[in-house]
Design a protein around this ligand. Structure first.
Ligand code: NAD
Length: 247
């Protein structure tokens, strides 16, 4: 039997990159997948890709930082899909800059999407997880939340916050059989990292013991483990998938 058969998963930021890889991996493992993205175009495209794999899929355009939009989306998802078994809070943005020059708008944009978005989505499904006495929550953090990075104080704070959020939620919900874990990717080849210049990439490679950048599919495999039968006794953890960068 496929590891996620009869499971319904919600993946935020599913339109591209790591979120898309997770959505496709989950569908290949037997799950039906709700794809949440900022734009209807991206959400619908990935949902169609999943339907082509023979699974049910729904595409929803939602700004994860907007409480009203998240509440409405959760109601639609529960009505259309019937239940949710796995929630992946993956939507994330960067607005890099040195602290001295960082605008409040850049601080807020990153915290609102990366941290508030995960809070809103998790809260929106907690009642149904509690009722069904099961649920897997997976938050996509970052190694930057563990070690910090010059020029990314907003991003590092959001991801460190997400790790604290993960552990607290894990403790609150464990007695009802619900797990909550974080994945901390290292340097993964996606649109988010494509903007880095060659000098920066060479410098980064020197810090990666396995000597290569990761692929979105590497993160999807980690998410599949946490969502599947093998992850049933794992909660409150940060699974670092980074080629050995942080150890
Ligand atoms: N790429 C990396 O090297 C790397 C490393 C560590 C962590 N991460 C984390 O992995 C996650 C995915 O990153 P990625 O590299 O695939 O990035 P990406 O920019 O390719 O994709 C991010 C997705 O999130 C969506 N999104 C952004 N803001 C949103 C909002 N307010 N509402 C709904 N959707 C929103 C975007 O539309 C996009 O589909 C992020 O949380 C990121 O911080 C990435």
């Amino acid at each position: 039997m496929s590891p996620l058969s009869n499971q319904i998963a919600v993946v935020t930021g599913a339109g591209r990159g790591i979120g898309r890889a997770i959505a496709l991996q989950f569908a290949a493992a037997g799950a039906d997948v709700v794809c949440v993205s900022r734009t209807a175009e991206n959400a619908t495209r990935i949902a169609a890709e999943i339907q082509a794999l023979g699974r049910r899929s729904w595409g929803l355009a939602v700004d994860v930082s907007d409480p009203a939009a998240v509440t409405a989306a959760a109601a639609t998802i529960l009505a259309d899909a019937g239940r949710v078994d796995v929630l992946v809070n993956n939507a994330g943005v960067t607005r890099d800059g040195l602290l001295m020059r960082m605008s409040e708008a850049d601080w807020d944009a990153v915290l609102n999407t990366n941290l508030r978005g995960a809070f809103l989505f998790t809260k929106a499904f907690t009642r149904s997880f509690l009722k069904q006495r099961s649920g897997r929550i997976i938050n996509v953090a970052s190694v930057i939340g563990l070690v910090g990075n010059a020029g990314q104080c907003n991003y590092a704070a959001s991801k460190a916050g997400l790790i604290g959020f993960t552990k607290s939620v894990a403790k609150e919900l464990a007695s009802r059989g619900i797990t909550c874990n974080a994945i901390a990717p290292g340097f993964i080849e996606t649109d988010m990292t494509a903007a880095l210049d060659e000098t920066m990439r060479t410098a980064l490679l020197q810090q990666i013991p396995l000597n290569s950048f990761g692929k979105a599919e590497d993160i999807a495999q980690a998410a599949l483990y946490l969502a599947g039968p093998g992850g049933c006794y794992v909660t409150g953890q940060v699974l670092t998938v980074d080629g050995g960068m942080v150890m």
